[in-house]
Write a protein that binds this ligand. Structure first.
Ligand SMILES: *Cc1c(COP(=O)(O)O)cnc(C)c1O
Length: 406
């Protein structure tokens, strides 16, 4: 069996590293160094001229980081990977590489708050405009393309409303115009969804979330075709410089090894919590892609292995009740971020999406009563007890004394 035929669960552990090359070290060595020495001045000249392979300086490449980059490329089914110091460093490196002044970016309706901030900045500084599209049909995507559209930028599932976009459908339209499709795959991880296999061009991640998985670092990853990725490496990565620290790359390699096992549990727990929430009288609506009645369930079945670990829900109430609910929890932590072992809860309208102007926020479906929960790896029964005691405390008029006892 060749390395290429190995399954995902094997690649997360072995891809890009052979202990035989490193004195038998089972764990990938941590090359905690800024620079690399040359044997001679002539060797330095050859390395800078690109005539000889080898490391030069850690902003241009580092052996620990390289293992991570090879591993993520294999996991996403792409040609080349690059690691960054944050998800936003990855997003900005990709969007800067793909656009020039006065271009246009077509985006999914609903984006990570800081991605929205970056697009606003690009518009103000460089005249790079953007539009939001529901991307609900081929006709709609066609109708939103402009002569200067340089990128189609998609989040699916959309944060935090958990709507899905049919990637295969968008790719069909994009190919007719030769416009690259970029997917922020943070919410799914490559274990649940692999956009490149569906024809998308570039996949990026906030590796801070599921890929790291333990809430102890901030990092970003990008995978795409070799020619484009080399361009990013030599321009927006090298010259803007949002690189990852070797130690964070080392932690990500450690986190990745358990990604499939963790994702299975995140998804199982989230399915159970989503169902319990849907049956609770104080909940107005639940948004979870793994729900068989989710409006995009067919798209989910086509492109995702399972529904993921993030749930959003509307309570019967407003901002006041939403905040009180968060304050009434016992062990579920009030925090942004997601994909950690701990269950994390947040209020998008005043936290992750506070930078989005109110009209745009409401257009995205982010109301004051919307709450986002990243379901952790604790026993689901304990997560539900904590949630249901808080709901009954905040909204006693809806308290359900029958269904939530387990
Ligand atoms: C967190 C996040 C980002 C930004 O990543 P950082 O690592 O925080 O810079 C981008 N996209 C999505 C969907 C995210 O959840």
């Amino acid at each position: 069996m060749t390395r290429n035929e190995e399954r995902f669960e094997t690649k997360v552990i072995h891809e890009g590293y052979d202990s035989k090359d490193h004195l038998g070290s089972l764990a990938t060595p941590l090359f905690q160094t800024s620079t690399f020495t040359f044997d001679s001045a002539e060797q330095g000249e050859r390395r800078f001229a690109g005539e000889e392979e080898g490391y030069v300086y850690s902003r241009l490449g580092n052996p620990t980081v390289r293992v991570l980059e090879e591993r993520i490329a294999a996991l996403e089914g792409g040609e080349m990977g690059l690691a960054f110091g944050s998800g936003m460093a990855a997003v900005s490196a990709v969007l800067t590489a793909l656009t020039k002044a006065n271009d246009h970016i077509l985006c999914s309706q609903g984006l990570y708050g800081c991605t929205f901030g970056l697009l606003t900045m690009m518009k103000e500084k460089y005249g790079i405009t953007h539009d939001f599209s529901l991307m609900a049909s081929e006709e709609e995507v066609h109708s939103r393309i402009q002569p200067n559209t340089a990128v189609i930028y998609i989040e699916t599932p959309i944060n935090p409303t958990m709507k899905l976009i049919d990637l295969d459908m968008v790719v069909r339209v994009a190919k007719t115009y030769n416009i690259p499709v970029v997917v922020d795959n943070t919410f799914s991880s490559p274990y649940l969804q692999r956009p490149i296999e569906l024809g998308c061009d570039i996949v990026l991640h906030s590796a801070t979330k599921y890929i790291g998985g333990h809430g102890d670092l901030v990092a970003g990853l990008v995978v795409g075709k070799q020619a484009f990725m080399k361009e990013v490496a030599m321009t927006t990565q090298k010259d803007i410089g949002g690189i990852i620290a070797p130690f964070d790359a080392w932690l990500l390699l450690r986190g990745l090894k358990t990604l499939p096992v963790r994702m299975d549990r995140h998804c199982d727990n989230a399915e159970k919590i989503a169902q319990a929430l849907a049956e609770h009288p104080s909940i107005k609506a639940v948004y979870y892609p793994g729900d068989p009645d989710h409006p995009d369930a067919k798209v989910r079945a086509k492109q995702m292995k399972a529904g993921g670990g993030v749930i959003a829900f509307d309570i019967h109430g407003s901002k006041k009740e939403a905040q009180k609910l968060l304050n009434s929890l016992e062990f579920i932590k009030i925090a942004v971020s997601l994909g950690d072992t701990e269950s994390l809860i947040q209020h998008p309208a005043t936290m992750t999406h506070a930078v989005v102007p109110e009209h745009a926020r409401r257009q995205m479906g982010i109301n004051d009563e919307l709450i986002r929960l990243s379901v952790g790896l604790e026993a689901w029964e304990d997560i539900w007890s904590d949630l249901s005691q808080a709901l009954d405390h905040v909204l006693p008029q809806y308290a359900d004394h029958t269904s939530h006892s387990i």
